[in-house]
Design a protein around this ligand. Structure first.
Ligand code: SF4
Length: 248
């Protein structure tokens, strides 16, 4: 397998240079540096819709895909189609190996209630692993403010979990800045936000939040779980081998 070697210093230098720059600059850097081996993974949260707007507005060569767990809210699926229509782009569905019915057959009914980590592994982490396996870099819409685990997020960093560069153009943005942008640019968003769902994942694991609660309090309510496992803080590497595009 051919590899391209990227020194950790190169990543740190890009992170320093892009840290205080507007998001479109880190996205443009990612497209210029890695296209066609760069993609944006979105779950159609407010931040994800914003990143799609920037990618489309600047016509950046960054593929967009979503992890279609088969358990999304109908409103989320509707937003997916609206975004494709509005921006004239295809948002590719990445699906698990098992349908929801097959998972119930093999692992029992409602695995998401009994063992959400296993369910997330089957329906999100493993499909993401396959989706990223041919890429050199991926883009996410995570922000430092969202969870304690995301506090150390850099605009550009090495993802030691999945073994590729990770670009987080909204790392430093606040919730208020995100919504200001969305309103100013009339970006389509999930109608569930207006019904008390600031953070939206799969339907069985998402509930509305009450006034004063944390914005992600409705995710896996009543459990210690706060993340799907997609954004674990991977170990930094001194030399990073960017994968060849032919890798399966
Ligand atoms: Fe399963 Fe819930 Fe994770 Fe979706 S968020 S993959 S339903 S555990």
């Amino acid at each position: 397998m051919a590899t391209e070697t990227l020194q950790a210093d190169d990543i740190a230098s890009a992170a320093r240079r892009l840290r205080d720059r507007p998001p479109w600059e880190s996205l443009a850097w990612a497209a210029e540096r890695f296209a066609p081996r760069v993609a944006f993974a979105t779950g159609f949260g407010a931040e994800g819709c914003l990143v799609i707007d920037i990618i489309a507005r600047h016509r950046l060569r960054i593929e967009v895909f979503t992890l279609d767990t088969g358990l999304l809210f109908p409103e989320t699926v509707g937003l997916w189609r609206r975004l494709e229509d509005r921006y004239g782009l295809e948002i590719r569905a990445v699906r698990p190996a098992l349908t929801v019915a097959e998972q119930a057959r093999d692992h029992g009914e409602e695995l998401f209630y009994r063992d959400p980590d296993r369910c997330c592994s089957l329906r999100k982490t493993e499909p993401l692993w396959h989706a990223l396996s041919g890429l050199a870099a991926w883009v996410t819409a995570i922000r430092r403010q969202q969870t304690p685990e995301r506090k150390g997020t850099e605009v550009v960093e090495w993802d030691g979990t999945f073994g590729l560069v990770k670009v987080n153009p909204l790392a430093a943005w606040t919730h208020e800045e995100v919504w200001e942008y969305l309103r100013a640019h009339r970006v389509p968003v999930n109608p569930l936000h207006a019904l008390g769902y600031p953070s939206i994942g799969c339907a069985p694991c998402t509930s509305p939040v009450r006034p004063g609660e944390d914005l992600r309090a409705g995710r896996w309510r009543g459990r210690v779980k706060t993340e799907c496992g997609l954004h674990a803080r991977g170990q930094a590497a001194s030399t990073c081998h960017v994968r060849d595009g032919a890798e399966a």
